[in-house]
Design a protein around this ligand. Structure first.
Ligand code: MLT
Length: 329
């Protein structure tokens, strides 16, 4: 046998071995529990969406998908951790797209690249923001609130999940569009911020339905408007921002799943297929829709669509952060 022939045989045997290892991985995956890193506190919208989908993934793939909350610095602490996780398919990452892409523009410690350090799996939910007050705030509607805010610059405090979070950026936009000066109070997630709004130590939040729907229906907070074009049937007495006198104030958040770059293609493919099946599951759909949020529709329901959205949001929000002088406190 010539040297050339034996090299060729070794190469074919190597490729066959690699193929069978890959095929075995694909068949067995997931062979142990999978960690879902959520970069905000438990009980907030990112956490809630991650748990709804996590339950479906656990049930369908036969291994537990366990949420781990790694909060701090507007979500960038957990994002950095997810970007550094071993890309073996056993760490997935659920984040809100706005803080995901805004982190590096705001925090020197956020040394990940929102696009290159991750691979997109799919969007979990789109959720409109609401303008929400503590229950006993002295304003009965959005007009009265804006009049009060103009007469009391800097006196109204609003809670968010930290600088660059979706709830922060939504209130920054509210302030810019209405020319009111409101004071930011950052938390480790909107779950704890909402607790303080209910307790009355915060005045305002620009919150997602995914977070505050329970409190809104229980009447423990005052919901002034939904920042989208249509009312939500579950809160049909809450006007749209246009109806409440603030046309053009429309803000929606997207919660999405990624994996660290370099995750085996077989794992990524299984996660993507499971996500596609979750979109069709009646239980997942109902739980998301009951929280005034939407499952991605045609054109939004692929990893490629999430990848393109992540990139365009990174460009848009990085420019807005620089222009608006938004700072991490
Ligand atoms: C945000 O960006 O405000 C997050 O969705 C907050 C959270 O999940 O707690």
């Amino acid at each position: 046998m010539s040297l050339k022939t034996s090299f060729a045989r070794i190469a074919i045997a190597g490729a066959a071995a690699a193929f069978s290892v890959g095929a075995a991985f694909a068949q067995d995956y997931p062979a142990k529990p999978v960690t879902i890193i959520v970069p905000f506190a438990a009980g907030g919208p990112t956490d809630v969406a991650a748990r709804i989908y996590g339950e479906y993934f656990s049930r369908t793939l036969g291994q537990q998908f366990v949420v781990e909350n790694a909060a701090g610095a507007g979500g960038s602490t957990g994002t950095l951790r997810a970007s550094r996780a071993t890309p073996d398919g056993y760490t997935v990452f659920v984040h809100n797209v706005a803080p995901h892409v805004a982190g590096p523009a705001l925090y020197a410690s956020a040394t990940y690249d929102p696009v290159k350090s991750f691979e997109p799996i799919g969007t979990l939910a789109f959720a409109a923001h609401y303008v929400v007050l503590r229950k006993d705030f002295p304003a009965k509607d959005l007009k009265e609130f804006l009049t009060f805010a103009k007469a009391n610059p800097g006196k109204i405090n609003y809670g968010s999940a930290g600088a660059g979070s979706a709830t922060h950026l939504a209130c920054v936009l509210l302030g810019q569009q209405t020319d009111i000066s409101i004071t930011h109070v950052p938390y480790r997630g909107t779950g704890p911020a909402l607790n303080d709004l209910v307790a009355g130590t915060l005045d305002l939040m620009c919150d997602q339905g995914l977070n505050m729907m329970g409190q809104a229906t229980a009447g423990t907070v005052k919901v002034l408007a939904i920042a989208q074009k249509t009312r939500f049937p579950g809160l049909s007495d809450v006007p749209t921002t246009a109806e409440a006198g603030l046309p053009g104030f429309e803000v929606s958040a997207a919660t999405a799943m990624y994996v660290p770059a370099g995750t085996p293609a077989a794992a990524t493919a299984k996660l993507v297929a499971t996500m596609a099946a979750a979109y069709k599951d009646a239980g997942v759909r109902k739980r998301i829709q009951d929280l005034a949020s939407e499952i991605p529709g045609p054109g939004q329901d692929t990893p490629a669509a999430l990848g393109a959205f992540t990139k365009s949001e990174m460009e848009r929000l990085t420019a807005a952060i620089k222009k608006g002088g938004v700072k991490a406190q």
